[in-house]
Design a protein around this ligand. Structure first.
Ligand code: NAP
Length: 372
């Protein structure tokens, strides 16, 4: 499979990838949440991308402390976050839930490392950058006094990556998003509850599976609520999509509204995006700019495989898959697209690694690695 970030790196960023790898050879890295769905995907991507480090520590809660995880020929013990000393660590990838990050993120950063945080804990904090390298990598060093960089929500990342080229050409002014989010967004427990619950219902159609990580049983169901329900009537997930896209794209007045739905799909989040622009859309130009954007695969045909991506077809891919691009027949400044991407990769671990690569490549002293 072509690696989306190789496209990104070779087209936009790195003129000498070997140099980047040499710089990172002495990097001391920790993963908080290493036993989780995002943590495991990070380790897979480290291998696939030859992300180099000198030393690595794998960290989780006391539940998993002492477990052994095999990576790159080495048996790594899992350490307990409560007792781990982060002094001397250069870079921490953190994906252990919002509450854990709120509790630990700033304390870890105060010990020296830069923390790339995958949770909702810091995304809208004014002193923390919210980075999608393909969109706002120029800001990766801007707010590093906090020593925390936030990774956006798993639907926001592919959304802004697909919309950034549209905005550059046509100036976005309004977005209406409907998401179709997979069980793996609920982590390892969510996936497990979905698969075992599905089997339960197949064996006995009268059985009622547990809701578990979700707000209702997910097998053979749709749940129009992800995360907390707010006083506004929107959910926290919907609010994240709106607030984060404005912050990343630097468009505080962008009109964004969303409905986020959990769907009975194993992996990969999909979204239907309606966008309105300041200027008239031209279909040929619109599809050309999407096609020319690194890391995006555009489906131009009308049949399945050519016409639109599906979650099953996209799982394991590092690209943002875009299909069903249409211009609204009643408004030629508005259009639709269907976007599917692997939430564990594009929506989480890949983006975090790309941020790290930007930091390493920046050759500034933000990472206190002995490599510098
Ligand atoms: N899944 C996605 O698609 C996705 C995408 C983007 C962002 N995220 C965010 O990333 C975070 C992790 O998601 P996930 O899907 O990887 O969840 P997960 O599969 O449930 O994994 C959670 C990880 O956090 C650890 N953990 C939980 N509580 C902890 C504590 N008090 N102290 C230390 N470690 C603790 C767990 O360790 P134990 O093994 O010890 O329990 C596990 O390693 C969440 O905040 C989620 O919102 C997830």
């Amino acid at each position: 499979m072509i690696d989306a970030d190789n496209v990104y790196l070779s087209e936009n960023k790195v003129s000498n990838r070997d140099k980047l790898l040499t710089l990172s050879t002495n990097l001391k890295v920790a993963i908080v949440g290493a036993t989780g769905a995002v943590g495991k995907t990070l380790l897979e991507l480290f291998d696939e991308r030859n992300f180099d480090y000198g030393q690595i520590w794998l960290i989780a809660s006391s539940r998993s402390a002492g477990q052994i995880i095999h990576h790159r020929g080495v048996n790594h013990q899992v350490y307990d976050l409560e007792t781990f000393d982060f002094r001397g660590v250069d870079l921490v990838f953190s994906s252990a839930g919002t509450a854990t990050s709120k509790n630990w993120g700033r304390r870890i950063a105060a010990q020296g490392p830069v923390v790339i945080d995958n949770t909702n804990a810091f995304r809208m904090e004014p002193d923390v950058g919210l980075i999608v390298p393909q969109v706002n990598s120029n800001q990766v060093l801007h707010k590093l006094k906090s020593r925390i960089i936030a990774n956006p929500n798993c639907t926001t990342i592919p959304m802004v990556r697909a919309l950034q080229p549209v905005h550059q050409e046509y100036s976005l002014n309004k977005l209406v998003i409907s998401t179709y989010q997979a069980a793996s967004g609920g982590g390892i427990a969510g996936l497990e509850q979905f698969t075992s619950g599905s089997q339960l219902v197949l064996d006995n159609p009268e059985a009622i599976p547990e809701a578990g990580r979700f707000q209702a049983p997910l097998p053979f169901n749709l749940i129009p609520r992800i995360d907390a329900l707010l006083d506004s009537g929107f959910t926290l997930e919907e609010q994240k999509i709106a607030q984060e896209s404005r912050k990343i794209m630097g468009l505080p007045k962008l009109n964004v509204t969303a409905t986020a739905v959990r769907v009975p799909v194993m992996n990969c989040h999909s979204q239907a995006i309606y966008f309105e622009c300041d200027s008239r859309l031209d279909y040929s130009r619109l599809t050309t700019i999407l096609d020319d954007t690194g890391g995006i695969i555009l489906y131009r045909g009308i049949g399945e495989a050519e016409g639109y991506p599906t979650p099953r077809g996209v799982s394991g891919s590092d690209h943002v898959h875009v299909g069903r691009v249409r211009i609204d027949p009643d408004n030629d400044r508005a259009g639709w697209m269907w976007v599917v991407s692997d939430n564990l990769r594009v929506g989480a671990a890949l983006n975090a690694i790309q941020i790290a690569e930007d930091l390493i490549q920046s050759e500034s002293s933000v990472l206190c690695a002995s490599a510098y």
